[in-house]
Write a protein that binds this ligand. Sequence first.
Ligand code: DC
Length: 304
Amino acid sequence: MLTTVTSSTPPSPVRAAFFGASLPRRGDQVDGDRARGRASEREVVAPAASAMASASSEFATSGGEHSDAPSSPRVQQSAGLLIVIDGPAGAGKSTVAQRVAEHYGVPLLDTGAIYRTVALVARRVGVAWDDEAALARLVGAFPIEFKPALVAGERPRVFYDGEEVSREIRTPEISDGASRVSAVPAVRAGLLAIQRALGARSCVAEGRDMGTIVFPDAIHKFFLTASLDARARRRHEELTQKGRDVDFERVRLEVAERDERDTQRATAPLARAPDAVLVDSSELPIDEVVRRIIETVERRRGAG
Ligand code: DC
């Protein structure tokens, strides 16, 4: 049953959970071969976003470049292995993040899926994608869970209030809605607590503002990008493979428009953190991108 959002909806604890194949605890040395395939189940329960916001003064401030960013709850950030990968749509981020997560045997935190679920649930309960007050109430109690994919190599499954929504959040309409709700400041602020709770244990976190806002203290930060042409080409191929007959120029324009919206929005725009390693995938096969990221992580872990 979906929550009906009304003005009287009280803030309640947010259950944000990973049911991962393996979730190493803080400080664990992550050994991909050892950890992979272990069927354990752990859950992270985050306080309601509103409670988090009111408690934020207890946490150290991030000192990041975005002065409007809520303070960073360092105690919530992963002391295990946290790898963050940001970048625009079509740079191969999802595939790369998934592969890196598999390599280390840690869950993938697909934050785009969280924004997509907000858009879906808002649509179902009749909340407009730009109704900031109602969206704020919606994300104040947002029972989202991730479970491992049934098929290896696929994205984690997404559940809202116990119901699987993995497929529904991938429609073109919900992609558009996700892009719209993600531009609403109260949504971004409300989802911070959930994302940080999920990232409090080892994971690969993928999104647009992982390195700048959500996990500014992460050690392993990557910004994966590719030229507009390369990204449009990949998107066009993907659609063609799905049997859709679409014009390349139109796809290119859509990718450019989405870039514009993601990079120009006032709150948490897509941006490379100053300390993120830039990886340009325009001319690189996915295998090579994955190899470079793992090599960089290993070098840093060895040096630490
Ligand atoms: O990565 P994706 O296409 O599933 O993301 C869906 C939308 O959510 C996209 O418009 C960008 C937005 N998003 C965001 O603003 N911040 C994130 N951390 C992740 C996604």
